[in-house]
Design a protein around this ligand. Structure first.
Ligand code: FES
Length: 110
């Protein structure tokens, strides 16, 4: 885990909210659930690119603020009947500190 990137603390993210991390390939939204789980998704809704970081987290899902697609924080997939998927980024939490997998810095095409 030496090359994982520390991006902040769980306590810095509001419960049921998100904070953004800017990478060379775009913005990543880091979400915190009511149960203090954290998940990272590309901050682009698979529908029309809405900012998922501004959505409301419920359970392990986020509702896009633009047209209400419901996206799984675990898989990045849209809940049926909507379709689409957004990239997920692995995170690790150690003593309240959040680390992001180095692949977050690579584009999805690589
Ligand atoms: S852009 Fe997210 S639901 Fe339309």
């Amino acid at each position: 885990m030496d090359d994982w990137i520390e991006i902040g603390r769980v306590a810095d993210i509001p419960r049921r909210g998100a904070r953004c991390v800017t990478t060379p390939t775009g913005r990543i939204a880091v979400f915190r659930t009511v149960e203090d789980q954290v998940f990272a998704l590309e901050d682009r809704c698979p529908h029309k690119g809405g900012p998922l970081s501004q959505g409301i987290v419920h359970g392990a899902q986020v509702t896009c603020p633009l047209h209400n697609f419901v996206i799984s924080l675990e898989t990045g997939t849209a809940q049926a009947p909507d379709e689409g998927q957004v990239r997920t980024i692995p995170l690790s939490v150690v003593e309240g500190r959040i680390f992001m997998a180095p692949e977050a810095m690579l584009s999805a095409a690589e």
